[in-house]
Design a protein around this ligand. Sequence first.
Ligand code: GAR
Length: 195
Amino acid sequence: MKRVAILISGGGSNMVRLVEAMQAEGFAEPVLVASNDAQAGGLLKAAAMGVPTAAIDHRPFGRDRAAFEAELLKPILASKPDILCLAGFMRVLTPEFVEHFAGRMLNIHPSLLPKYPGLHTHQRAIEAGDTEAGCTVHEVTPVLDDGPILGQTRVPVIAGDTAETLAARVLVQEHKLYPAVLKRYVAGDRSLLEL
Ligand code: GAR
């Protein structure tokens, strides 16, 4: 069975959905949840679901991303993952780290990529007057929020939306899209899924 490690930075609601789907449907085994923040709420949730956790604080490393990643790699490699899922992991990874997991690392991003890579996606969609927003699951390449798109879900932008209300509407769809894409990816299916 394919082994899946997940990187988070915060509450980890997408991570929870991935673990729940793997445990309920048995299509892969969640072997590690790691975070750059020991206070990330998702770590306790992962432990409660019986998944090993690790925390490597990025702050002592300052701007030395390679040194941070060298520490982060240790628990990841020890868990022997086949696939690495970024789920609200908010550190930019070096090309060297990405190359290590080339063709086996996924990310979920809260916009309809290629629109709005980076941060503040919902605010940018509202300010642009977009009538729809959404989320994307893609393979990770060295270019931020780039890489082959594997799944996308669209949601309407509603009059009066704030970044918060739109983010909440998109997040509901993220929770459905990411497990569905991972399940197909594990089975070798890289075709686009539009939910
Ligand atoms: C999600 O909306 C995810 O798409 C976004 O962070 C949130 C994490 O929520 N990721 C990014 O912005 C990556 N650049 P979660 O911790 O509850 O899954």
